[in-house]
Design a protein around this ligand. Structure first.
Ligand SMILES: Cc1cc2nc3c(=O)[nH]c(=O)nc-3n(C[C@H](O)[C@H](O)[C@H](O)COP(=O)(O)OP(=O)(O)OC[C@H]3O[C@@H](n4cnc5c(N)ncnc54)[C@H](O)[C@@H]3O)c2cc1C
Length: 386
């Protein structure tokens, strides 16, 4: 018989942000009844989520530790003018593992999968079958929604697991191989060695529009593997992504766009890195913050998390400016120079950049020296944003 206990919190969307909040609450506030609703049949979607060690504070690492499926002791980048190896490790979490960990941590009655949620209020969620879940509070974690309040470009990719006929010889991830064709804008290949003969290869590029030509990118992956001498074929995990790269916008308008009055997390709440579109570091921070909140009522949650969203937005101003420079100040074929130059800087600065925690000195350092984009065009591009 389904549990009759009152529900303290409903989390809508069992992706990265929603899943982590539930795990944090199960670990730190087991007395609460938290119900997780997801429209798919499983949590986590079809994802590899990767991060650097510095992306997550040491004291918060326990939250993602059980989700890590692959980890490496270093990584490298490659550009037309230089290559570099870094000692800092890298780790990948998977949606499949998130699903398994959630099923272990949460009572079966409190996982409602295969049910989309339409109507949301600060204290209720209406399921597709008409059931209304009433709760002390509700959090909307449904992933990217109506983002018209933001001025966006996109980081787009197709990734495929690639089975090599012989050992590939790669021992650490290549986070960016930008030695590929750059004529249409910044493009790179991302490679994770999963085993001696299996790789995960992702062809990624930055572009103004969200359209994704999947067959074209698959063909590029096969061509890249061939040029590296990795004879084999695509097999197993495959994913696609169209991630927002933010140049400007209005975070309060983003919050009003859908389910106004309801607390929002993840991409829906604007919690992502403006230049990379990645959200794992923010998802961990917000999950830990929610687990520490005294008042989890719908209105209190909305106020507290919206405050965090505004603070995050202010903290991202610098990365929005870099996104603008990348998209609007540099000629498409020259954009790689912005990243190539960045990757010559101090590894600690690079780590803080990805974690979204650049210091004032870092910010100055990234922009000083020989400019990677024409100065006049940079000023025009920045002036054009609100
Ligand atoms: C393929 C891919 C790879 C990525 N890799 C990385 C990475 O390596 N590192 C990183 O930091 N970021 C990565 N990102 C970017 C970003 O971190 C992810 O998109 C992340 O999953 C966003 O988290 P989220 O919780 O906001 O949304 P999601 O993880 O997408 O979760 C939203 C969930 O809500 C569910 N949902 C939607 N509508 C409803 C509804 N009406 N009712 C119920 N449920 C609903 C969805 O099915 C989904 O499960 C990646 C993105 C993609 C697409």
């Amino acid at each position: 018989m389904p549990s009759q206990r009152p529900i303290d919190l409903v989390i809508v969307g069992a992706g990265l942000a929603g899943g982590l909040i539930v795990l944090a609450l199960r670990a730190r506030r087991p007395e609460l009844r938290v119900v997780l609703v997801e429209e798919a049949e499983a949590a986590g979607g079809n994802h590899f989520w990767s991060c650097f060690p510095g992306d997550v504070a040491a004291e918060d690492r326990w939250l993602i530790e059980p989700l890590i499926v692959h980890s490496w002791g270093g990584h490298e980048v490659r550009f037309p003018d230089h290559a570099r190896t870094f000692e800092a490790g890298y780790a990948s979490l998977t949606g499949e593992r998130l699903d398994a960990v959630l099923r272990q941590a949460v009572p079966e009655d409190d996982l409602i999968f295969g049910q989309g949620v339409g109507l949301l209020s600060p204290t209720s969620a209406t399921l597709a079958d008409g059931t209304v879940l009433s709760a002390g509070g509700v959090i909307d974690a449904r992933g990217p929604g109506d983002m018209r309040a933001l001025d966006l470009g996109y980081q787009k990719f197709v990734g495929q697991e690639w089975r090599c006929n012989a050992p590939h010889g790669l021992s650490r991830p290549i986070i960016m191989d930008a030695t590929v064709d750059q004529s249409e804008g910044y493009r790179f290949v991302y490679v994770l060695p999963l085993s001696a003969t299996a790789l995960f290869i992702e062809d990624t590029y930055y572009a103004s529009g969200p359209e994704l030509d999947v067959p074209e990118l698959r063909a590029r992956i096969a061509a890249y593997a061939r040029t590296q001498g990795w004879e084999g074929a695509a097999e197993g995990h495959a994913e696609t992504g169209v991630l927002p790269v933010c140049m400007d916008g209005d975070v309060d308008a983003l919050w009003r766009a859908e389910a106004p009055g309801v607390a929002k997390v993840g991409l829906r709440g604007g919690f992502f890195h403006a230049l990379t579109g990645y959200s794992l570091p923010d998802a961990v921070r917000i999950a830990i913050a929610v687990a520490k909140m005294d008042d989890l009522s719908g209105t209190a949650l909305r106020e507290a998390i919206q405050r965090l969203a505004r603070a995050h937005w202010r903290g991202q101003a610098y990365y929005r400016m870099l996104s603008t420079l990348l998209f609007r100040a540099a000629e498409p074929a020259e954009r790689w120079r912005v990243l190539a130059r960045f990757y010559r800087l101090d590894p600690a600065l690079i780590g803080r950049f990805y974690a979204g925690q650049s210091t004032f000195t870092d910010k100055v350092r990234i922009l000083t020296g020989k400019p990677p984009v024409p100065i006049g065009r940079a000023i025009l591009a920045l002036g054009a944003t609100r």
